[in-house]
Design a protein. Sequence first.
Length: 288
Amino acid sequence: MIGETVLSFGTAGIPHSAEKRSSVAGIARVRALGLDAMELEFVRRVAMGGKSARAVCTSARDNRVRLSAHAPYYINLNSQDPEKVRASRERLLKAARVAALCGARNVVFHAAYYHDDPPPVVYERVKAQVQSIAEQLRAEGLNVCLRPETSGRPSQFGALDEILQLSAEIDGVSPCVDFAHLHARAAGGVNTYAEFGAVLDRVEEILGVDALQDMHMHVQGIAYTQAGERRHLTLAASDLRYEELLQALIDWGVGGTVICESPSLEADALLLQRTHHSLRNKRGGSKD
Ligand SMILES: [Zn+2]
Ligand SMILES: [Zn+2]
């Protein structure tokens, strides 16, 4: 490895212990906790106006907190209803525009459902839509990176290879790898050091080694059935082998951001950060 890769840990949304339920208070709390990142949760709708977004931007810069944003859940770029596709595009564009005002570069989104369509057909539809959304954002001069997320259910578009392929084929698109989702989507698979390493090898194979230094990830506990994700859990309550995952991130030289979407938001984000630091100090932090 050349130099030291930096991994920022943070919360999906405002920490529970923040003084107020505002993004600015959330950023201050993230800094006070010693975390380095926060994802703005625009998951129901994008309600933030321009003035608040600029205040959020200033606060994140002053507190050295790396911001990202999660677009609304109600996005389905494979809807049979053209009106729903249009509304999905608008939601993602709006999330990206507000994210840019906040100084957030990465915009996470859930792309689509398969319904009964063959995955390759869905892939082409999703690709055409994401490509045109990325072009639109570029035309507006916005420096944002669209991050389609690996999904937690086999019925949802977002297998690892689909997300990596989109990232390879479209400028301005990179993956959001939700490791809990990969684990749930595989009904309990993707849960060992070797399997986590294979995911990272796949990222490198399709996107190149630079992609490993600029990863955006979600890590939390998860409950699942054969049909995939049921709900998020705390790390303690789940079977996700997060220490092995963190060790793989260290050994593969992964940099970027780890956002924790646990119900025990900041406690688990801190647990991941602390564990990562102690593993890194123990082993010196490189497979080379
Ligand atoms: Zn998500
Ligand atoms: Zn996620």
